[in-house]
Design a protein around this ligand. Sequence first.
Ligand code: HEC
Length: 467
Amino acid sequence: MKRFLLLSLCALLLFAALRGSVSAQAGDSIPTYYGTVGPILQTHCVGCHSEGGIAPFPLDDPQWAVRMAPAMAAAVQSGRMPPWPPGGDTPPLQGDRRLSAETIRTLVRWAEAGAPLGRLRYLPLPSSDTGAAALPYRLQPAQAYTPDAKLSDDYRCFLIDSAMGSDTFVTGYRIRPGQPRLVHHVILFVIGREQLALAQSRDGRDGRPGWPCFGGPGLSGNPADIGAPLGFWVPGTQGTDFPPGTGFLMRSGSRIVMQVHYNLAAGPAAPDQTRLELATAPGSAGLKPLLGNAVIAPVEIRCPPGATGERCTREYALAHTGMRFVAEGSHLLCNTSPALYQARDIGDGSSQTTTCDRPVTGDRVLLGVTAHMHLRGVRVKLELNPGTPRAQTLLEIPRWDFRWQGQYWFQEPIRANRGDTVRITCVYDNSGPIPGPGGEPLEPRYMVWGEGTTDEMCLGFLSWVRP
Ligand code: HEC
């Protein structure tokens, strides 16, 4: 037995020596975990892939990194990881997560070489992201909420007691999930006094804190009224500081509604009380108010050929959304009609487009952009002055994923003038069943504008200041 142990020890030492000499011989050409790979993972992956984080395995653990090396190579090559939905001709954005070609090559070569660890050394922690510092004004829902374990995804809105005594600028925010493993995204909406009574009547109506809400907070039939979204948060970020000299003006008496998306595939349900931190400045601080406007297109999405029945009729869809006004009004805004969409050939139904051109109504300095569709959305694009020499893409999401929504800030502000045109184009796949938000199958049906999971939206949002 003793001899066996000794032999194994010798074999192990020999193996270690050989391994060491192989990587030493190859010099820099074979990446190692403790050489170049670990620091890459810490900078680009560990924000989500750490113990207790939203991602399914920790990449600051060398054993996991080695085990997952081939999967990582595939995920970074295909662009699935790190998650970063914008692409195409989108102008440079702040916080772009995409990896350089060289970084991708390093991860691929490491996997191909059998994921060697290299010589053990201490890896410095990633330099802390901007936005990590705590902000002074702290808020949270009154009670913890335990997401519904019967669902795979639970979308819940909470009314935050954020009444400001006087007009106040929010200049930045942080989100601190109570259960980082479960919280997949957070959207902050600001509602005015008019919507407060409705929010209060929904709050706790099912005996639990908050109320279910899928798209927006569900408090108004008019998407122009959702109030500007104050902010978006996705895993791997801490929050946002608004561009210097600007702030989001919260009128006295307005409130924040916090929508939290819980991803229950990521772990067992547990009580969550996600916190919110704000940096504020008095309304008299002389900041430029961050303004915004929605850009919408009509939604007329038909059932695939062969699918029939009541659910495939426009009347049924209209009757089942509370937003008939938007469904019809969006056509007026865009100079289109349901008949125009219904006359189109939709092929197998997998690529149905809706679009709208809208005039810019004043001179603007565009700072940020976001887009929103539901589960059937596959592509979305926002453009300024398309088809002219001044054409400029504002945002393009070539593979829409409802689970990775974000707000994007341009690296360089973009000027838009009164009379310019903004175009939004959304594409949907309504060709067959898809998993619904709670994991249940959703069959195709006729879809018009609405907030429900089986309704759709084609919504862009521009954030800007006056010049
Ligand atoms: C913003 C958060 C986030 C970042 C940053 C991130 N991941 Fe992920 N990753 C996830 C989540 C969440 C999942 C689980 C699947 C899903 O939700 O898409 C995942 C799944 C994966 C998977 C398994 C599924 C697949 O698509 O193959 C791999 C491999 C992976 N990540 C590798 C990486 C690598 C390598 C990096 C860094 C270069 C990285 N991830 C950065 C959140 C992230």
